[in-house]
Design a protein. Sequence first.
Length: 244
Amino acid sequence: MAATPKTSRKAKEPEAATTPRRRRRSVLRWALRGLLGVAGFFALLVVVFSFLNPPVNVYQLQESARLGGVEREWAAWDEIAPVMGRSAVAAEDANFCLHWGFDMAAIRAAVAQGGNRGASTISQQVVKNVFLWHGRTYLRKAMEAVLTPAVELIWSKQRVLEVYLNVAEFDEGVFGVQAAARHYFGVEARDLSALQAARLAAVLPDPKGRSASKPSSFVRQRTRAIMSGAETIAADGRAACFED
């Protein structure tokens, strides 16, 4: 009677070794699909928000839950006083028309000073406020670095500034220039004077610590600088990319 051949240990080893490999490949495939799905989702949002106004964002939801509600109302670009746009750019991003989302000169200066204060552009702030969340995590910074050039590529500069003025916080729980104009001065965003626009811009980026209606000496000084800066960028062409 012939003996039944035995499967050698060497023959079994390759089959056993393939199982972990298959698992790793499966995990990698699903991870890649997930990454592509997330990328596709944000790409779609970037395109959609280039012509549709973004809904409430993560930070606004957090503040609404904390405060029991927030003030916010969208104002289209032609419903905002032109001087408000120039004031915001003068205050937060004087080279707004000259960069592609990142102000490399400001970044180098901030690094040289040992921090990143003042290096964030209006485009980066829009990406943070509209698509992401507040915080200094590496994940958020990485996503901001990817999304900012995409927004700059697809949106016009005017659209970037319009969205910025509508999602920025100007006082605790007061979001957008329309709500801020009414809250501080009892006027519509389209009727803001040069002084009022500069005051609103002066509270950025610390709306909880500064007031446009009861300005501190610092805010008054910053307001004067912003008014001068707004006139300068109008004269030297650095407002041309967002003004009709």
